[in-house]
Design a protein around this ligand. Structure first.
Ligand code: PNS
Length: 164
C-alpha cells in the first residue's frame, strides 16, 4: 500500500490545505493528515480541535485520515509505514524552507521522498494566519475555509477575541 503523509500545523485547515489533501488522496492509497501538536507558534486551536476540524473537512474522502504527532516527522513517517510526504507550494518564497525540510527529512529517514504540489492559483494567497486575522475582526472567511467548518472557526476565533 502506498501511504503518504500531509503534515502541517493546520491552525486551522484552509481550502488551500484541503485542495492539496484531495489531490494527494487521488494519487496514494492512504493519506495521513499529520497535525503537529506543538508547532512552537502558540497555536490558536488545540491539537484536538484542529484534528476534529480536519476530520469533518475530509469526511467524504474515504482514504484520508487525520492524526496528531509530536517530535520528528521523519520518525512519525517511519512508524506509519509512509514513504512520501506531500506538501503544497504557494510561491517561490515557500520553496527554500520546504526544500530544506525535505532534505533534512530524507537525511533522517532515507526511505522518505517529499513531493511538492503547486497550490491551486485561487489559493496562492491563503494561509491559516490570514484566516485568523480576518476572522478575529469579524470578516467573512467563507472563501477561505471548508464550508462545513466555516461557522465553527469564525465563532471560535471571534469568541477568543472577546475573551482576550
Ligand atoms: O504547516 P507548517 O507549520 O508549515 O508545518 C510544518 C511542519 C509541521 C511540517 C514541520 O514543522 C515539521 O515537520 N515539524 C516536525 C519536526 C521535524 O521533523 N523537524 C525536522 C524537519 S524541519
Amino acid at each position: 500500500m502506498n501511504i503518504a503523509i500531509c503534515p502541517g500545523s493546520f491552525d486551522p485547515i484552509t481550502l488551500g490545505h484541503l485542495d492539496i489533501i484531495q489531490r494527494a488522496a487521488a494519487m496514494f492509497d492512504r493519506v495521513i493528515v499529520a497535525v503537529l501538536v506543538n508547532p512552537g507558534k502558540n497555536p490558536s486551536f488545540t491539537a484536538e480541535e484542529r484534528i476534529a476540524l480536519i476530520r469533518r473537512a475530509v469526511a467524504d474522502i474515504p482514504n484520508v485520515e487525520a492524526e496528531c504527532f509530536d517530535g520528528l516527522l521523519a520518525e512519525y513517517a517511519r512508524l506509519c509505514g509512509a514513504h512520501t510526504i506531500v506538501k503544497g507550494l504557494r510561491a517561490v518564497t515557500d520553496f527554500e524552507y520546504e526544500f530544506q525540510m525535505a532534505l533534512v527529512n530524507r537525511k533522517l529517514n532515507p526511505e522518505i521522498d517529499t513531493v511538492f504540489l503547486a497550490s491551486g492559483s485561487q489559493h496562492m494567497y491563503l494561509s491559516s494566519s490570514m484566516v485568523k486575522s480576518v476572522a478575529r475582526f469579524g470578516g467573512d472567511i467563507s472563501d477561505f475555509v471548508p464550508a462545513c467548518i466555516c461557522r465553527e472557526i469564525s465563532e471560535r476565533l471571534s469568541r477568543r477575541e472577546e475573551d482576550g
